[in-house]
Write a protein that binds this ligand. Structure first.
Ligand SMILES: C[S@@+](CC[C@H](N)C(=O)[O-])C[C@H]1O[C@@H](n2cnc3c(N)ncnc32)[C@H](O)[C@@H]1O
Length: 398
C-alpha cells in the first residue's frame, strides 16, 4: 500500500503555485493526512502550514501513483483549490516558491509527473461540465452478500419511510421504485395498494435476483435497469426513490428524468440522507472515523454523500410543488441494529483502501473498535437523518 499525499493546485493570474523542497525540486503544496484526518482537512492544514494561505474550497481532480524519489512511490491526490490570503508565508519545509505558468516552459527541477498531472488535471476540469450524464459504479456489494445489511437498514428506516409513503400511495395506477435493492418497499406498496401495479427497478442484477426470490403479490414486478439510462414510454402515478440519489453524480438530471416519467398528476417521493448527521453517545472515535472515511471516499469521486440539503436546493430549481417535506432520524440503540454501521463500513472498506482513504490496518482497527466500543450496550446512537420529500409537477394538482 503506497502512502497518500494530498496536493493543492492553487492558481493566481501568474500561474500555479509550486514550492521548493530541500532537495531543490519544485512540488505542489500539500502532504500526508494524519491519522483520522480527512483528505480536505489535511489539504487545508498543509497549505496553511506551508504557505500561510487559507483554503476556502477544494475540488477533487485526479490521483496518480508517482515515484517521488527513486524507489519510493506515493499516491498523489490532486485538488483544485480556492483560497484566501495573498501574502505567502513559507514554512521551514520549503526554501522558495514560484507561480508557474502551465502554458509556458516547464521549469528545471520540476518533476515531469507534477507537470503532466497539473496539465492533465487542468484540462480535465475544463472538460467536466461538458461530459454527458454518467454514473459511478455502485460502491457496495449487492445480492445475497448484502442481505443482512439491507435487512438491518430496513428494520431501522422502513417504519418512518412507510409512514410517510402511506400519505402519497395511490390506490391504483402505476408505481415505480428506483434503486429498489431487495425490494421490501416495493413489496409493501404492492400489498398496501393491491389494485396498483408496482415495478421495482435496480441496476444490479444481483439485487433483482434477491428481490424476485422473495414471495410477492401478482401486482408486483422487478426489473434490472439503470435509472440514468432507462427509457419507458408509460407514465407513473408514484415514483419512489430512497437512498439512491446519494450514489449518483448527475442528481439534477436524474430528478428531471423522473419528473418526465411522472404523469401530470403523479407524485415523486424521495428520501435521501445527510451522512454527517450521525452521532453516538458516548462518543466513539471509530464511529466518527468510519463515517468520515466514507464521506471522504465520496468526495474523492465528486460525490457529496451529505446530499439532503443539495437535493432540497435542486428541487427548488425544478418545476415542482412540494406536497410534504420532513426530516426523520431514527434512534439506533439495540446491539443488533448497531451492527449496520460495521457492516456498511466493511462493505465499503475495499473501496476505501483502493482509493487510499484508509490503510488496511486502520480498517481493522476501526472494525475492532466498532464491535468492542460502539456495539456495546452502553452506547446509544442516531441513525442517518433523512430528508423525505413528496413533490408533484407544478402543472399538476395544487
Ligand atoms: C443503498 S441501496 C438502497 C436500496 C433501497 N432503495 C432501500 O432503501 O432499501 C441503493 C440501491 O440503488 C441501486 N442503484 C444504484 N445506482 C443505480 C442506478 N443508476 N439505477 C438504478 N439503481 C441503482 C443499487 O444497486 C442499490 O440496490
Amino acid at each position: 500500500m503506497e502512502p497518500v499525499s494530498v496536493k493543492a493546485i492553487l492558481q493566481s493570474p501568474h500561474g500555479v503555485l509550486f514550492v521548493k523542497n530541500p532537495r531543490g525540486e519544485w512540488e505542489l503544496p500539500g502532504g500526508r493526512p494524519e491519522a483520522g484526518e480527512g483528505l480536505e482537512a489535511a489539504l487545508a492544514r498543509e497549505v496553511e502550514e506551508e504557505c500561510g494561505l487559507t483554503i476556502t474550497s477544494a475540488c477533487y481532480l485526479d490521483s496518480q501513483s508517482c515515484e517521488i524519489i527513486p524507489g519510493r512511490r506515493v499516491l498523489l491526490v490532486f485538488f483544485r483549490c480556492e483560497y484566501t490570503g495573498h501574502a505567502m508565508r513559507l514554512s521551514e519545509e520549503h526554501t522558495d516558491y514560484r507561480w508557474v505558468d502551465l502554458a509556458g516552459e516547464q521549469p528545471t527541477r520540476l518533476p515531469d509527473f507534477y507537470w503532466q498531472a497539473c496539465s492533465a488535471a487542468m484540462n480535465r476540469t475544463l472538460a467536466i461540465p461538458a461530459s454527458p450524464m454518467q454514473t459511478l459504479d455502485y460502491p457496495l456489494p449487492t445480492g445475497e452478500c448484502d442481505r443482512r445489511r439491507l435487512q438491518l437498514m430496513a428494520a431501522i428506516y422502513d417504519p418512518a419511510t412507510t409512514e410517510f409513503l402511506l400519505r402519497h400511495l395511490p390506490s391504483e395506477g402505476r408505481i415505480l421504485e428506483i434503486g429498489c435493492g431487495h425490494g421490501q418497499i416495493a413489496r409493501w406498496m404492492a400489498e398496501r395498494s393491491p389494485k396498483a401495479k408496482v415495478l421495482g427497478l435496480d441496476s444490479s442484477p444481483a439485487q433483482i435476483a434477491v428481490a424476485k426470490a422473495s414471495e410477492g403479490s401478482a401486482n408486483l414486478d422487478f426489473r434490472v435497469g439503470d435509472i440514468t439510462r432507462w427509457a419507458e414510454e408509460h407514465r407513473f402515478d408514484l415514483i419512489v426513490c430512497r437512498f439512491v440519489l446519494l450514489h449518483l453524480q448527475e442528481r439534477a438530471a436524474v430528478l428531471q428524468s423522473l419528473l418526465v416519467l411522472l404523469g401530470s398528476t403523479g407524485t415523486l417521493v424521495i428520501e435521501e440522507p445527510s451522512l454527517s448527521s450521525l452521532f453516538c453517545v458516548p462518543r466513539v472515535p471509530a464511529f466518527e472515523q468510519a463515517n468520515a472515511a466514507i464521506l471522504a471516499y465520496g468526495r474523492l469521486h465528486g460525490l457529496d454523500y451529505d446530499c439532503a440539503a443539495a437535493l432540497w436546493e435542486m428541487l427548488a430549481g425544478l418545476k415542482v410543488e412540494i406536497q410534504e417535506a420532513r426530516f426523520s432520524q431514527p434512534t439506533v440503540w439495540s446491539e443488533e441494529h448497531k451492527q449496520v454501521v460495521r457492516l456498511s463500513f466493511q462493505a465499503f472498506s475495499s473501496r476505501l483502501v483502493e482509493a487510499g482513504v484508509l490503510e488496511p490496518a486502520q480498517v481493522a482497527q476501526i472494525v475492532a473498535s466498532l464491535v468492542r466500543d460502539y456495539e456495546s450496550p452502553a452506547v446509544i446512537s442516531s441513525g442517518l437523518r433523512t430528508l423525505q420529500i413528496a413533490v408533484t409537477p407544478r402543472s399538476g394538482r395544487s
